[in-house]
Design a protein around this ligand. Structure first.
Ligand code: AMP
Ligand code: ZN
Length: 473
């Protein structure tokens, strides 16, 4: 199966092919955090989906250029700084730092660039784009001095969200400063300074003011990745108006197709509702860590469901994540132990051959649920083979190599490697033999000796499992 993704623009699954196919270069822009407060784990679901996407593209041999912007000037950051009585920069800096800390805890790969909207380089670029849009008749300055995009002049407006513009009518809930617009759907490119903005302002041909949120992403994306990019991502709430507006602005300026593939992830929910700051139903990464979970466990919990399926966050889900990771850790420990032994026992077919089913599943629009299903099926099969003493050292090494490959996408290995000491492994094998001979007395004695070495042996439906005993550890 070719690598394919669901494109929000066409609403179809499409085969992936970057513009620069010869260099296998994939240019990817991901909408980053608005730094007015600490990001919640719903935001991180989006960033983890983007991380999975980048890592899978890399596994498939693409060179990914990824940009994630930091929105450090818009209504909420300005309000926050004003309320805190500190300069905007100082206010946003703390949340930028928190974002990087949390992203690190969740093992999210760093983007190549994290442009900030307040960087003068990008402000200049935004002003240049707005001027170009005005000269093309695609934007106008209204009586309130702000500059707006004229959506009626851009026939494709609404194509991404599949919206019929004629349905966009005034709801009577328009802010007072937006009455000057020609059309209710026209959005601000440049917001004229007002007193509430304090000293947050930049000079422009239209007077002092600040950029609108949408133009920030168009300008930063084009400045760093070029006029035309391969992939643009975000959560589904970004589709309209944010990404719709980005298309109108960028294509309005260049006349060229802005983005080839639009990918959006479904929301993280709490009790069936979107996790959101405004609803007060959110947890941050430190909230989850404070409950005793690790970043690795949270990563797994946010990663394990297909990105286009809404995911309900529960503590039970966190416990399941812990259990699943425990199974992976134990499995790796057993494989490592056999890999370094001189076991030349003939392996069973299943134990012998890792296949490409994991990455093939990800080729299919990042079907992580199927990929993980395959991983756990493999764990079951190989554990069974190990129980039967039917796994030789070479096969164990092959499985470890396979894990290394898929873990370049998952990044779920324990921080400290769990290894089973040789002596414990031998005793466990002797116990397995005793059980097969139904020599329960010897089996119990061996369990005691294993226990004295700080390990616990449990008999499960998938065979016996060794874990470090909590009592003696
Ligand atoms: P914001 O900081 O609000 O601009 O959001 C940053 C990113 O998080 C955007 O891509 C949003 O679409 C995404 N996002 C916000 N809330 C959620 C949620 N509950 N689940 C998944 N993604 C979300
Ligand atoms: Zn954006």
């Amino acid at each position: 199966m070719p690598l394919q993704f669901f494109n929000t623009y066409s609403r179809e699954i499409e085969e992936f092919g970057p513009r620069d196919a010869t260099a296998r270069r994939a240019r990817m822009y991901t909408c980053g955090p608005t730094v007015y407060s600490r990001a919640h784990i719903g935001n991180f679901r989006a960033y983890i989906f983007e991380d999975l996407l980048q890592r899978h593209l890399e596994l498939r041999g693409y060179n990914v250029d990824r940009v994630m912007n930091i929105t450090d000037v818009e209504d909420k950051t300005i309000r926050g700084a004003r309320e805190a009585g500190i300069p905007l920069q100082e206010f946003t800096e703390q949340f930028k730092a928190a974002f990087f800390e949390d992203a690190h805890m969740l093992r999210i790969k760093r983007a190549d660039e994290y442009p900030a909207a307040t960087d003068q380089r990008y402000i200049d670029r935004m002003i240049g784009m707005i001027s170009a849009l005005i000269s093309k008749g695609l934007a106008y300055q209204a009586d309130d001095k702000s500059v707006y995009f004229r959506i009626n002049k851009f026939p494709d407006y609404g194509k991404l969200a599949h919206f019929d513009l004629t349905q966009l009518q005034s709801t009577g809930r328009v802010k007072h400063d937006e009455y000057d617009k020609e059309h209710i759907g026209d959005f601000a490119l440049w917001k004229a300074w007002d007193e509430e903005d304090g000293n947050v302002k930049w000079d422009s041909p239209w007077g002092p003011g600040r950029p609108g949120w949408h133009i920030e992403c168009s300008a930063m994306s084009m400045a760093l990745l070029g006029d035309q990019i391969d992939i643009h991502c975000g959560g589904v709430d970004n589709i309209f108006p944010h990404h719709e507006a980005e298309i109108a602005q960028s294509e309005g300026v260049t006349g060229k197709k802005f983005v080839s593939y639009w990918l959006h992830c479904a929301h993280l929910l709490v009790d069936g509702q979107k996790m959101a700051k405004s609803l007060g139903n959110f947890y941050t990464v430190p909230d989850v860590l404070a409950k005793g979970y690790t970043g690795r466990e949270l990563r797994y919990a946010l990663l394990r469901v297909h990105y286009r399926v809404p995911l309900n966050f529960t503590w039970e889900g966190m416990n399941e994540a812990r259990e699943s990771l425990g199974r992976i850790d134990e499995w790796l420990a057993r494989l490592r132990q056999i890999a370094k032994s001189r076991n030349v026992q003939r392996p069973t077919l299943n134990a012998q051959r890792p296949t490409t089913a994991f990455e093939d599943a990800l080729d299919d629009d990042l079907n992580i649920s199927a990929a993980l299903g395959f991983l756990f099926e493999s764990i079951r099969e190989t554990n069974r083979a190990m129980d039967q003493n039917e796994m030789d050292a070479a096969s164990a090494s092959a499985w470890l190599e396979w894990w290394k490959r898929i873990n370049s996408v998952l990044d779920l290995e324990a921080e400290t490697e769990v290894t089973i000491p040789e002596e414990v492994a031998q005793l466990a094998q002797q116990r397995e033999n005793a059980r097969r001979e139904k020599n329960w007395k010897r089996s119990d004695e061996l369990r005691e000796r294993i226990s004295a070495l700080g390990w616990e042996v449990r008999d499960t439906k998938d065979g016996s499992k060794l874990t470090r005993s909590t009592r003696n550890a």
